[in-house]
Design a binder for this molecule. Structure first.
Ligand SMILES: Cc1cc2nc3c(=O)[nH]c(=O)nc-3n(C[C@H](O)[C@H](O)[C@H](O)COP(=O)(O)OP(=O)(O)OC[C@H]3O[C@@H](n4cnc5c(N)ncnc54)[C@H](O)[C@@H]3O)c2cc1C
Length: 288
């Protein structure tokens, strides 16, 4: 199902983000998690690409397998980091042959051990160039891009970051998925500026139900998402009780989703981290 059939015209789309497990033998537990989530009729499963573009081919294969097994659309995250334009075109052809209809076009995170982005000869510096490449050679593909309500960590200021996002959308993106955030005020403020800038793609908030607070602290320290003090204190109070911790995480995510839905967002992107329980509870609570 193309992005245009998932979002817009009053439709509400649910996407669930997973990552390719390592090594391939453990795909079984990922498939089990997806099977459990299928009860809630997600509109697409979105599969990440490893840092430095390390799993680009595997991500596409996994998306093809998810589509076959579960008859659900799978979005392949596709990073341009570390590859030349010709290599990117070859991998995009592979994605098309594998039946992929939607791509999340990204510059990508640097490979492990590298602290900053390094340009590859014959490649691209930014995601807008990748979007333009896909639009030119594969006009039938749905394209999503990444958006940052709390600003991308490398951007000098929110205004410049928004201008750069507009560049990606103007190059041909249909959808913008946001970085995870834990305070809706950042999303609402961002959406106001997004609209004022005349950006047309569907803006889909990214919500991560927190299961393991220490892991979230690690993730947010890299991506610049802020954790409200009150929420951190609630997790601190239950840090030795995984059940209570899950309850806090789900409650917070449900509250975020309900408020976002009440404000008319066209969908929710759930970061599942390959686990189904918290997402299932969130989807149940929002009446999916
Ligand atoms: C929903 C979502 C999914 C993600 N999935 C993955 C994944 O699967 N694999 C992975 O490795 N990473 C993933 N990421 C992380 C992402 O790769 C990093 O945040 C990366 O650092 C930036 O990628 P980007 O596509 O936003 O890059 P860009 O859009 O290129 O932006 C990177 C920086 O450059 C600036 N910029 C953008 N365009 C220009 C321009 N034309 N000129 C000057 N400056 C510019 C931006 O303001 C920003 O600061 C994901 C992020 C999100 C939000």
């Amino acid at each position: 199902m193309h992005f245009n059939e998932i979002y817009g015209n009053g439709r509400f789309g649910i996407s669930i983000e997973v990552f390719p497990p390592k090594p391939p033998a453990v795909d079984k537990s990922l498939f089990l998690a997806i099977e459990r989530l299928m009860k809630y009729r997600p509109d697409c499963i979105s599969c990440t690409c490893g840092a430095g573009g390390s799993t680009r081919g595997r991500t596409i294969e996994l998306c093809g397998e998810i589509q076959k097994r579960f008859s659900v659309s799978a979005t392949s995250h596709f990073t341009c980091i570390g590859s030349s334009k010709d290599q990117l075109l070859e991998t995009l052809s592979f994605a098309k042959k594998s039946g992929i209809q939607n791509i999340l076009a990204l510059r990508g995170d640097p490979p492990q051990g590298d602290s900053s982005f390094r340009f590859t000869e014959g490649g691209f510096k930014h995601a807008n160039e990748l979007v333009a490449l896909i639009r030119e050679h594969f006009p039938e593909l749905g394209i999503a891009v990444a958006a940052y309500p709390e600003k991308h960590v490398e951007a000098p200021d929110p205004k410049t970051d928004l201008e750069n996002l507009k560049r990606k959308v103007d190059a041909g993106a249909d959808v913008a998925y946001t970085q995870l955030f834990f305070e809706n005020k950042y999303f609402f403020n961002f959406y106001e500026r997004y609209q004022a800038a005349g950006i047309k793609a569907h803006l889909i908030p990214g919500i991560m139900p927190i299961i393991d607070f220490s892991r979230i602290q690690q993730i947010t320290s890299m991506c610049g998402t802020r954790i409200p003090e009150k929420l951190a204190a609630r997790f601190e109070a239950v840090k030795d009780d995984p059940k209570a911790s899950l309850k806090v995480g789900v409650e917070h995510a449900v509250h975020q989703c309900q408020e976002l839905i009440a404000q008319g967002v066209p969908g929710i992107h759930l970061y599942a981290l390959n686990l189904s329980r918290a997402c299932r509870q969130v989807l149940e609570a929002i009446g999916r």
